[in-house]
Write a protein that binds this ligand. Sequence first.
Ligand SMILES: [Zn+2]
Ligand SMILES: [Zn+2]
Length: 398
Amino acid sequence: MKNLIFEQCHRHFNDIVAIRRDIHQYPELGFDVHRTAGIAADALQALGIPVKTGIGRTGVVGDLEVPGASKRIALRADMDALPIQELTDVPYKSKIDGKAHLCGHDAHTAMLIGTARILSELQSNLKTHIRFVFQPSEEALPGGAPAMIADGALEEVDEIYGIHVFPLYAVGEYATCPGPMLAQSDTFKITLTGRGGHAAFPHLTVDPIVIGTQFVTAIQSIIARNVNPLDSAVVSVTQFHGGEANLQNGLAGAALNVIPPSVLIGGTVRTLQKEVQTRVRGQLESLLAGLANAHDATYTFDYQEGYPVTYNHEPCVTTAVDTARELVGEDNLIFPVSPILGGEDFGYYSQKIPACFVMVGAGNEEKGIVNMCHHPQFDIDETSMIYGMALLVNLAML
Ligand SMILES: [Zn+2]
Ligand SMILES: [Zn+2]
């Protein structure tokens, strides 16, 4: 079976590369993925697969029905790009300024189209119904997955599988793990307000920069002293703004003799367990409240919960691992991989039904393909798409 699957993947490879490059050149953001969704819907329809469009606003769902089958598995691809300028020199570089497929969702869409083509040809060998799920807006909160689920994308589905190209692993490698694999990823926005004034008279002010920097230092102790060392968590402050300098001009023209009335602080919290998330969130606010109170300042604390944990269930993990092992052997299987504190809206599906998410190696050091997802020079070794399709096809044939 392995040889047949790889043979089919190789046969479709050039077409799938062409589809990926086409999508790559015309990236679309969030729910605005009309062109990409059109490509997916047309491809399924051309195979005679009944298609529903407008699922989760701009998503596409197709069902390959198999006579006599009782089980249905779903295979999911995301279709959206990122609002980043691409800085590669590839001939299929993004033609749209400020938008680019720098997370590989173009490859995910192309691979799921390829998988549908191969499975249509092998339909007589299938024992389960297959649902192809193309979703919008993985990159932007609130995510496309909740909208897809609300519109019935998981109805009558027993298990769901998703893949992600990952340049930190080499082409031909797969990585997954049981339990939590990707993090709950939350964000926080804080306004800390004191009393501004003349920098030569600090005693007449409540200096939010001094309080804010104490807060940033203090939260470093949350991970070190409030989270069990065996659990995982990250708190990163990614924004700290005070005063009115124009960041583009450095500090040219900035009022260096004024203590500002307030500062803005923002960042992200990544956790793998609900109790850890609750603990970190609580500690953040109590440190903020304590410091503000001690210095006569006030604050607002806006904590936004992001995508839930992507949780890999049994028996899906065993199925995925057995499938991967059959394709590439034990040596090319990274299992169990350590969980990653990145977020994925595939987590929503995994909260609803048994699921497994698998990283597909897409890096190639010799070709200089080493940049991580979201890097402006991110790219994949396109050969990885053979392995992505092979995994999905093999999963669907069980
Ligand atoms: Zn991404
Ligand atoms: Zn992604």
